[in-house]
Design a protein around this ligand. Structure first.
Ligand code: HEC
Ligand code: HEC
Ligand code: HEC
Ligand code: HEC
Ligand code: HEC
Length: 184
């Protein structure tokens, strides 16, 4: 009998294609973000929830507006030292605060998930009525600070709010989206 001649079977073509396709997708979803972002952890694990719920401190004790309307933002060592000028327990983060930062006069280099590039103008005063979580990760209601993903190229965090997210709320709430509002 004469053997039937066949081209490469359908499977022989489809399978390598699928393998390549799956590899590309996997790289895009898993590999590329891994390469683009490096994960950093906060210098201290500050327990937001404990401080607010159990130790009775208000958000505004640490995050408040100065009389001139500017935002004080992050608390200084002095603020923490009102209660932690020396360690009251053997908690490693509390001891680290006292020994590595307070006693050495070095401010804690907190990582801010929401820092924007210099060409963006932002003030908290215009956003007093909005929830912190409209723009920030919800750090206030947890004891575990989320990991901070730094974009290796831009050096900004992955959580930094994108222009279109600012604009979406401005459009919704009738605030201006003229370029010079946010870019001075
Ligand atoms: C009004 C007082 C007060 C202030 C201000 C304060 N803390 Fe605390 N903190 C406490 C109390 C009370 C505890 C529980 C007892 C302890 O661990 O010393 C505590 C515990 C801690 C702990 C151990 C983890 C835990 O929840 O038990 C760390 C770390 C800590 N604080 C860091 C800070 C830092 C950093 C600041 C400033 C951003 C700060 N604290 C500001 C009262 C305060
Ligand atoms: C004792 C001081 C203290 C109190 C009280 C406090 N915070 Fe904070 N907060 C901090 C410190 C320190 C950081 C920086 C580290 C971090 O991101 O948690 C911070 C950061 C933040 C950030 C910025 C996150 C970002 O984008 O980097 C938000 C939002 C915030 N806190 C919300 C709150 C809310 C809401 C409350 C009340 C429920 C609160 N905080 C109470 C000390 C405090
Ligand atoms: C409309 C968006 C928005 C809201 C609402 C908002 N923030 Fe912010 N926050 C930002 C942006 C944007 C930055 C970064 C500013 C920059 O890069 O100069 C920032 C920075 C911060 C910082 C870092 C320190 C500083 O001042 O630069 C802290 C702490 C903070 N915000 C806490 C809060 C807390 C607490 C609330 C709620 C009471 C809040 N924010 C509400 C957008 C917001
Ligand atoms: C959750 C809603 C919301 C988000 C998100 C938001 N904004 Fe706004 N923004 C407003 C509102 C509402 C006003 C108008 C406030 C007023 O007129 O008093 C405003 C006003 C402003 C102004 C004008 C301030 C002034 O003094 O006139 C600037 C600048 C601004 N926003 C920048 C930003 C930037 C940058 C972002 C993103 C990082 C952002 N906003 C995200 C709601 C938002
Ligand atoms: C409501 C605030 C807001 C308005 C209005 C706004 N921008 Fe932006 N813009 C931002 C923020 C926040 C960033 C930084 C975050 C990002 O890159 O998305 C940014 C980033 C940019 C960048 C850099 C983008 C990049 O990928 O590096 C350009 C260019 C820019 N804006 C141009 C404009 C122009 C042109 C307009 C007017 C049509 C405008 N923006 C209006 C908030 C705003």
């Amino acid at each position: 009998m004469e053997e039937k001649k066949e081209g490469p079977s359908k499977g022989a073509v489809v399978v390598p294609f699928l393998v390549g396709f799956v590899a590309a997708i996997a790289f895009g979803w898993w590999g590329f973000p891994q390469l683009l972002y490096s994960s950093k952890s906060q210098p201290l694990n500050f327990t937001h929830l404990n401080h607010v719920q159990d130790y009775g401190i208000d958000c505004e004790d640490c995050h408040y507006f100065r009389p001139d309307g500017s935002y004080a933002g992050l608390p200084s060592n002095e603020k923490c030292a009102e209660c932690h000028s020396m360690a009251m327990t053997s908690d490693p983060d509390e001891i680290k605060f006292v020994e590595e930062y307070y006693e050495k006069g070095v401010e804690v280099p907190w990582l801010v998930y929401q820092y924007q590039p210099d060409n963006v103008s932002f003030s908290h005063a215009a956003h007093k009525d909005e929830d912190c979580t409209a723009c920030h990760p919800d750090v206030g209601s947890t004891n575990e600070l989320p990991p901070y993903y730094e974009n290796r190229l831009t050096k900004y965090s992955k959580e930094t709010m994108k222009m279109k997210e600012c604009e979406r709320c401005h459009a919704k709430e009738g605030a201006s989206n003229a370029c010079q509002v946010c870019h001075k």
